[in-house]
Unconditional design. Structure first.
Length: 185
């Protein structure tokens, strides 16, 4: 049930980001480089926290074996956003959504939107399968292997966050430098 909810939340979040993200950014005056910087920062912080904390399931479970918080209460935050489909993936689908404006023919736009939504649905199905079979993978890995996998994943998440942040910062800096050297009227 948790896997289905996270997959559905991810699908809805990404489709809304794809279809409405550009409008929301335009309404608030947020540029894609700023979105990438903020998203990269959040992803990097999440990775850093997870890297330092590791798998703290034992600490969060009381003696009776029932988690302190219901897992379903955590389905949207933090399991869907920012861990599964965070600011990085939202920035990607918003960027893809922005590229729709470059398509001239209406039929090609419809194909583009349908193909993008199908791709998001395939991604949500992948998320569903990963979460649904996570307990089996954990049993195979054991406690030590799971801790190693969590910390390696956290390190990769941290690196991805820095990469997203760097890409946004680089794009922002390039626009500032090119605007500084542009001829003034």
């Amino acid at each position: 049930m948790l896997a289905r909810r996270i997959a559905l939340n991810s699908f809805i979040l990404l489709v809304c980001s794809f279809l409405l993200g550009a409008l929301i950014l335009q309404f608030y005056g947020i540029s894609i480089p700023i979105l990438r910087i903020a998203g990269g920062f959040i992803v990097a912080v999440s990775g850093w926290k997870l890297l330092n904390e590791g798998s703290r399931k034992e600490l969060e479970t009381p003696a009776g074996g029932v988690p302190n918080k219901k897992l379903l209460d955590q389905a949207f935050y933090p399991l869907t956003l920012p861990l599964t489909t965070g600011p990085g993936s939202m920035a990607v689908v918003i960027s893809i959504g922005l590229s729709e404006a470059t398509i001239a023919r209406p039929a090609d736009r419809i194909i583009f939107v349908v193909a993008s939504v199908v791709a998001i649905a395939v991604l949500a199905l992948t998320i569903l399968l990963c979460f649904a079979y996570a307990d089996r993978i954990q049993k195979v890995l054991g406690p030590g292997g799971t801790d190693i996998a969590v910390r390696l994943s956290a390190f990769i998440l941290f690196c991805l966050g820095l990469q997203i942040l760097w890409a946004g910062g680089n794009e922002l800096l390039s626009s500032v430098i090119s605007a500084g050297f542009a001829p003034r009227p």
